[in-house]
Design a protein. Structure first.
Length: 400
């Protein structure tokens, strides 16, 4: 049984690459499956991500070479994914359906915000409306970024047609659950954990030997000091001087006992201002080298937790119509709301109390609570994999 995964694997986003990898790895473990990631990319979004990578606030222009290095590291990492032989970059839906015709027995859509149609239009390939004669499943798919006020009767009709066509409707967050129920008039979606929770570092070739090679690279290229502890910064230049002010507060409190390390965006005040050439796979493990992470990003938060590192999630997203943001949603499910600190800028933080909370997490990381939350979330994947196993068994019987 041939399974194709339709996701955002080519978006220049560490988490998007790693969630695609993790889902493909776990699907491969099901007997009777042949798994590949459908190498499709929207032409409009392909251009957007290239420009987005180069521009991350005005400071990015001074570090354009680093951004290009980052882009190349992503491309190197993507080559490790089990990609389909043919690639399609197009916004033409008919071309997409022709591209996948008769190629797969099962198509899995997800994870990530594959059902946010704001930039890609509605309908688009991720809704699989015209893909008959194939089993349609979604895993941890998300409408993140869509607001109820945008759901016109015409859009609801398209969403209903799409969602009703999925045999298994797996979603990642409360917002998507609500939109699916609103569109279809019934509650039939299943919650699934983000696929990055399914990573098995040892089994997936990202264990201790891989981590040691990463440390050697950091020592060789970035003056990484193995005698010091480390604090990770995965923030954004689009949030003004937040990263610089945070780093100065950390220096004031801890002196030189920690090295501050910036990944994804440049931070002038950090000891290591920017590690540009991390592949997504190296990124997934660098969190294990930190004593605490400060992350603006959803997957930066998750991978820190998966690596056993406490995290302060400085999420810039806010709840909509009483529905939690995706970061708040996942931290609530994990029982780790002490990691959540919504702030868009340095002026929104009360620094004395904030640094007290930071110090507590560094010296008292809730490891048992983190592990329990991960195990609980992983269980939400079980119904999906059981469904795929059933399809694989049916396919094997038909071939006999």
């Amino acid at each position: 049984m041939k399974v194709g995964i339709l996701s955002y694997h080519r978006s220049l986003n560490y988490g998007a690459v790693m969630q695609s990898f993790a889902l493909s790895q776990r699907l491969k473990e099901i007997e009777g499956t042949e798994v590949e990631i459908i190498d499709y990319m929207s032409a409009k979004m392909n251009l957007y991500y290239k420009l987005f990578t180069l521009y991350r606030g005005k400071n990015s222009f001074f570090h354009i070479c680093d951004r290009i290095i980052m882009y190349k590291a992503f491309m190197n990492g993507i080559r490790r994914l089990p990609l389909s032989e043919k690639k399609l970059v197009s916004d033409n839906i008919k071309k997409f359906y022709s591209y996948i015709k008769n190629q797969y027995d099962v198509i899995v859509v997800g994870s990530d915000a594959v059902w946010n149609y704001e930039k890609r239009g509605l309908p688009n390939p991720y809704f699989l409306i015209n893909s008959n004669r194939v089993h349609r499943l979604s895993y941890a798919a998300s409408c993140n970024g869509i607001h109820y006020k945008n759901l016109t009767s015409e859009k609801l009709k398209i969403l209903k047609q799409s969602f009703d066509g999925f045999e298994y409707l797996g979603v990642r967050d409360q917002l998507t659950e609500n939109i699916a129920e609103h569109a279809t008039g019934k509650k039939r979606s299943m919650h699934n954990c983000d696929p990055t929770f399914l990573l098995d570092f040892e089994k997936d070739g990202l264990g201790n030997a891989f981590k040691q090679r990463l440390v050697e690279k950091l020592q060789r290229k970035y003056h990484w000091d193995p005698q010091k502890k480390h604090i990770g910064l995965m923030l954004s230049n689009l949030n003004g001087n937040l990263a610089d002010i945070l780093t100065k507060n950390l220096k004031q409190k801890y002196g030189d006992s920690y090295q501050t390390v910036a990944i994804y965006s440049y931070c002038k005040a950090a000891d290591i201002p920017y590690i540009a050439d991390l592949t997504p796979f190296e990124w997934s493990r660098i969190f294990s080298l930190f004593d605490i992470t400060f992350s603006k990003y959803f997957h930066g938060t998750l991978l820190s937790i998966l690596n056993g590192t406490p995290v302060i999630s400085l999420s810039a997203e806010t709840e909509t119509a009483g529905i939690p943001s995706k970061v708040e949603d996942v931290l609530n499910r994990l029982g780790l709301m002490e990691f959540y600190y919504p702030a868009k800028s340095a002026s929104e933080i009360e620094w004395d109390s904030f640094m007290t909370a930071v110090d507590h997490l560094i010296h008292n990381p809730p490891l048992q609570k983190m592990n329990a939350g991960i195990e609980k979330e992983r269980k939400s994947s079980e119904s999906f994999f059981e469904y795929v196993k059933k399809l694989a068994q049916e396919s094997a019987r038909q071939e006999k």
